[in-house]
Design a protein around this ligand. Structure first.
Ligand code: PEP
Ligand code: MN
Length: 353
């Protein structure tokens, strides 16, 4: 059960709720949100008191019983989709924002050229890894702080916002001092200490699904961030590991659609890591838009054949511009479906073929 306090609630109001919960033998988890306190009232389902026990207490705004193990990120708790703003991009609204950029930041020329190209198309968010989670310790590990500096410069030069991966709690203050959004990658989705620390920063978080994480585990990882009072989370489906290695991973688009049913958090798809193949990035991007994803993250590089990581799945500028044009009707379809006239929906469907 979650008790949401009014923004004007004072300490005695909060203490009264905690005391009432304790009288019922419940534990209480307190989160300090952006402007209000949220109290998770925890007990086995058959021992939870009814909502009335808290409804009438001073400065209680709302009491919601949530049946799933993840609470704050569930749609039961919040029926309307959350909007997460990062720079000019709003995830979870009518737009379909793109995050694009190279797998790794490699040089000033590479990241600046990419940022300028993306800016010319109107892409709002630049990606790029400075700390890279590579399978082998002998592969390129990223430029570290120098990579962050180059990326910040490229973002500032073009007015784009930047998202980059943080791999450890130790690096968090440094990465947070450069990035507009923090990425927690697949390999760290189960790193609970990192999730908690990232939640405490108040930065928007891009959380990627673990390679073998179930949907429930993914949502519980997001709950770790939310339980710190940070609900500015965007979920990213990036493929899971299955028996078939023909594609680098298996893109779980049904899982992406299910996430949208179960959670109010925006959900984007990363067709680059999901497929590992440049040729599949466009079809999977179209499919992601069609299942109702809230945006995409795509790898793009000025010279993919020379990339220091993930060249095979990275698009050239020409290929990315093509993808951008091709997606326009799908994006329009999604926007019109969100609530405009049947004629507009029909027109968008016709364009989408
Ligand atoms: C990435 O986006 O750079 C990345 C390493 O992705 P993932 O964590 O999904 O493998
Ligand atoms: Mn990559």
């Amino acid at each position: 059960m979650i008790v949401t306090m009014k923004p004007e609630a004072e300490t005695p109001d909060i203490e009264q709720v905690i005391e009432r919960a304790t009288q019922f033998g419940c534990r209480v988890h307190r989160s300090q949100g952006e402007e209000r306190v949220l109290l998770g009232i925890l007990a086995p389902a058959d021992r939870l008191p009814s909502c009335d026990a808290f409804d009438a207490l001073a400065n209680v705004d709302r009491v919601v019983r949530v049946s799933t193990p993840y609470k704050l990120v569930s749609r039961e708790y919040q029926p309307q989709t959350s909007q997460v703003r990062v720079g000019q991009a709003i995830f979870g609204g009518d737009a379909f924002p793109m995050i694009a950029g190279p797998c790794s930041v490699e040089s000033e020329a590479q990241i600046l050229e990419t940022a300028r190209f993306l800016c010319s198309l109107g892409v709002p968010l630049l990606r790029g890894g400075a700390f890279k989670p590579r399978t082998s310790p002998y592969e390129f590990q990223g430029l570290g702080e120098e990579g962050l500096r180059l990326m910040r410069h490229a973002a500032d030069d073009t007015g784009l916002a930047m998202v980059t991966e943080v791999m450890s709690e130790e690096d968090l203050p440094l990465v947070a001092s450069y990035a507009d959004m923090l990425q927690i990658g697949s390999r760290n989705m189960h790193n609970f200490a990192l999730l908690k620390a990232a939640g405490a920063t108040r930065k928007p978080i891009l959380l990627k699904r673990g390679l073998s994480a179930t949907i429930q585990e993914f949502l519980l990882a997001a709950e770790y961030i939310a339980a710190q009072g940070n609900l500015r989370i965007v979920l990213c489906e990036r493929g899971i590991r299955t028996f078939d290695s023909s594609t680098r991973n298996t893109c779980d688009l049904a899982g992406a659609a299910l996430l949208k049913e179960l959670s109010h958090l925006p959900v984007i798809v990363d067709p680059s890591h999901a497929t590992g193949r440049r040729s599949l990035v466009l079809p999977v991007s179209r499919a992601a838009a069609a299942v109702g994803a809230d945006g995409l993250m795509v790898e793009v590089h000025p010279a993919p054949e020379e990339a220091l990581s993930d060249g095979k799945q990275s698009l050239s500028f020409g290929e990315f511009a093509h993808l951008f044009r091709q997606l326009a009707p799908y994006i329009a379809l999604r926007q019109t479906d969100a609530g405009s006239s049947p004629a507009a929906v029909q027109a968008a469907r016709a364009m989408a073929g």
